[in-house]
Structures are given as structure tokens and as C-alpha cells.
Design a protein around this ligand. Structure first.
Ligand SMILES: C[S@@+](CC[C@H](N)C(=O)[O-])C[C@H]1O[C@@H](n2cnc3c(N)ncnc32)[C@H](O)[C@@H]1O
Length: 377
């Protein structure tokens, strides 16, 4: 029997079932893309997932996280209120409490906010104080002493004026971790999206299997690559009964633009058909563009419902991507519930901010297979 499309799965696997556990702490957890990938990998290996702590300071993504991981100890709070001590200092009273309540941790994962060093933003914002939140991951590692730490970010994080990657690497090394970093092309992990991410991996020295280097662990197995049709082809004429399948309303001008692209079999809108304020600026050729079935999508951001924010025109329909399609392109299977988001803007931000689960799935799979992550060993 042909195996079911992994993104069409509507029944959530019982990620909490199993005698052996993978204990995961997720900081800046958002809706839980990284946790989902770790849970999928654990499930594939017969391990149950346990989330003794997940933290995000926004209510809406936390509600989505909680809806998908009801047993997780998820909190709406600032990460720095849980890990409030200086790096290298004795743990604070709060940190001692957190560490006592959380217990042993296998995997500490986190995607600190990246607005400060995203290439999509102004370059002068690289010294945004938010970038220092990256270093809170090192502090959390110092307090919790997990076997493995994974920090996900945009590739431009390496150019950050605060040198957060170098400083975090130094700190993690100082406290007994082996550290390596890499840039991952998500297309190579089977995600139909031209998104690149920076991954910093740190393994506690005693957890590193003999003969393995931390660099070896970042050598992922190549996955089957997929195009856009694979991810959303079945949703081309989806019923709009559910909120998640309803596209954004478009202005009559934008409807004409996407219809023109479809009728003329063009992916890029000619200059004269763009709004006046966007004419002449060809650095953003993808704006007002149409996606191609046979290619990966561009990076999904919270603007996926707007022609003016990128190449988000549907390949064959006079509309932009629906939230459901954007979630699929991020690699979320249909069993992942986004209905806890209250407004459409929240839904778009949650989906656009999410980390494709494939990233942590592939990495966690490798860590389990090589027995770096196995809580009973
Ligand atoms: C890029 S998103 C994380 C996506 C998530 N890791 C995933 O796997 O889907 C960054 C998240 O950090 C949260 N955030 C930003 N600053 C924070 C802080 N100081 N404390 C807690 N959460 C924070 C934001 O609300 C946002 O949900």
C-alpha cells in the first residue's frame, strides 16, 4: 500500500506514549515547530516526548503550542524572567527553582527572535538589543545542563554586531559542551521553501558517543526534495468552510494583477503593472509575483497573504496563499491545530514565525540514532 502523504495526516500521533522519554525544553517556543520536529523524531524511534518547560511571551502562539502539546508545561513569560542570572554567575533563586522543577533535560531547543539580524530587515538593525536574547540560551544551558542544545536562527546571525554566535559558542565551550554550527538549506530537508537557517549545536562532552565529533552530527542525511505541488497541490480548490482555508481579501487591483500573471503564464509582474510606489525598484522582483508549482516557494513570512509582501500569488488561482497552504509549506501536517489563534493577523504571524519541524526532526533523528540523545543511556 502506498504510504500516506506525511502532510495530509489528520490524526496526531500519540507523541506522549512510550516508556522511554525524550525530555525537551523549548525557549522562544512560538507555536512549537521545533518541538513538533523533536516529537516526530522521538516517536519514530519509540520514544515519548515530555516537555517540562516551554516559554514564549506571546499569548497567541503559546495557546497554539498548548493546543498541540496539552501535556507540556508551557508558560507565557519572558525567557529572561526564567533565566535571569548573568552568564558565569551562580544560579539565581529563580534559576534554582526552574532547574529543580524542570529536572533532567535531554534537549534544549530555541529560536530566539531574529528580527534584529534578518536580511529581510534593515542592515542597521543588527545591533538590536533583542539579539542578546540568543545568549540567554547559553545561560539556560548553564542552569539546566541538558545533554544537547540546539539554537536556530537566520543565517545573518553570524554578522550580528554583538557577536552573539561567537560569544555563545565560547560560553558553551567553557561550561563543558562541544559546539559546532552550520547553515542549512531547508529544501535539502524536504521542505519546499527556499529558506536557509543557521543551526548551532552543542553536546555535553559526556554525552558525545566515543569517536563522534559534534561536526559529524551536523552532517544530515540528504532527504527527498519536494516542489510546491507536493505540499499544496491538493488544496488548489479546497473548500473555504474552515477559517484556515480562506484566502485574504484582495483589492480589485491585486486581483487583476494575479489574473494577468495566470493568463499570461508569467511569474513576475512587469514594472508598469505594479503599484506606482513599487515601480522602478527591481531589487524586489518577487513582490507581486506568482508561485510556480514545480519549484519551492520563497521564504514564508507573516506576509504570505499579501501580494505586496513577496511572491505569494497562488500558482493557478487568483488569490494569495491561504494560512493552511502556508502552514503546509512550513511543513506542518494537517493534524497540527492552529485554531487557537484568535485573529487572522495572529494566525499569519504564528505561521510565518514558525520553524519548519523538519529541521529539528532531521537533527533529533540523527542524535537519537547515534545514541547522543537517549535518556536511558
Ligand atoms: C521565531 S519565533 C519562534 C518559533 C519557534 N521556535 C518554532 O519552532 O516554531 C520567536 C518567538 O520568540 C518569542 N519571543 C520573543 N522575545 C521573547 C522573550 N524575550 N521571551 C519569550 N519569548 C520571546 C516571540 O513571541 C516568538 O513567538
Amino acid at each position: 500500500m502506498a504510504s500516506r502523504h506525511p502532510l495530509h495526516e489528520v490524526r496526531r500521533p500519540d507523541f506522549e506514549l512510550g516508556e522511554r522519554h525524550l525530555r525537551v525544553v523549548d525557549l522562544f517556543a512560538g507555536c512549537g515547530g521545533l518541538t513538533l520536529g523533536a516529537a516526530q523524531a522521538a516517536h519514530d524511534h519509540g520514544l515519548a516526548i515530555e516537555v517540562p518547560l516551554a516559554v514564549d511571551f506571546e499569548q497567541a502562539p503559546s495557546d497554539v503550542f498548548k493546543a498541540n502539546f496539552p501535556k507540556a508545561n508551557a508558560h507565557v513569560a519572558a525567557v529572561e524572567s526564567y533565566f535571569d542570572g548573568a552568564i558565569g554567575a551562580e544560579p539565581t533563586r529563580t534559576e534554582l527553582n526552574v532547574s529543580e522543577q524542570v529536572g533532567a533535560v535531554d534537549l534544549l531547543i530555541g529560536g530566539p527572535p531574529c528580527q534584529g539580524h534578518s536580511n529581510l530587515n534593515n542592515h542597521t538593525r543588527r545591533d538590536d538589543p533583542k539579539n542578546r536574547l540568543y545568549l540567554r540560551m547559553a545561560r539556560a544551558a548553564e542552569v539546566l545542563r541538558p545533554r544537547v542544545v540546539v539554537i536556530e536562527n537566520v543565517p545573518a546571525v553570524v554578522h550580528d554586531s554583538q557577536q552573539v554566535v561567537t560569544r555563545t559558542t565560547e560560553e558553551l565551550t567553557r561550561i563543558g559542551y562541544r559546539v559546532a554550527a552550520t547553515r542549512v538549506e531547508l529544501v535539502q530537508l524536504g521542505i519546499p521553501q527556499t529558506r536557509r537557517r543557521h543551526i548551532l549545536l552543542a553536546v555535553r562532552s559526556d554525552a558525545l558517543t566515543a569517536g563522534l565529533s559534534v561536526e559529524d552530527l551536523l552532517k544530515f542525511e540528504p532527504q527527498n526534495t519536494h516542489d510546491l505541488r507536493w505540499a499544496i497541490g491538493d488544496l488548489e480548490h479546497a473548500s473555504t468552510d474552515r477559517w484556515i482555508d480562506v484566502p485574504s481579501r484582495m483589492s480589485p487591483e491585486n486581483q487583476k494583477r494575479i489574473q494577468w500573471l495566470i493568463d499570461h503564464d508569467e511569474l513576475n509582474l512587469p514594472n508598469e503593472r505594479r503599484p506606482k510606489c513599487h515601480q522602478g525598484d527591481h531589487s524586489y522582483v518577487s513582490m507581486y509575483g506568482r508561485l510556480a508549482w514545480s519549484q519551492p516557494a520563497q521564504t514564508i513570512t507573516s506576509g504570505f497573504g499579501s501580494m505586496g509582501q513577496g511572491r505569494y500569488g497562488h500558482p493557478s488561482q487568483p488569490r494569495t496563499l491561504t494560512p493552511h497552504e502556508a502552514a503546509r509549506i512550513q511543513g506542518f501536517p494537517d493534524y497540527f491545530r492552529f485554531d487557537a489563534a484568535v485573529t487572522r493577523t495572529q494566525l499569519s504571524v504564528i505561521i510565518g514565525n514558525a520553524v519548519p519541524p523538519a529541521l529539528s526532526r532531521v537533527l533529533t533523528t540523527r542524535l537519537i540514532a547515534l545514541r547522543v540523545l537517549d535518556s536511558d543511556s
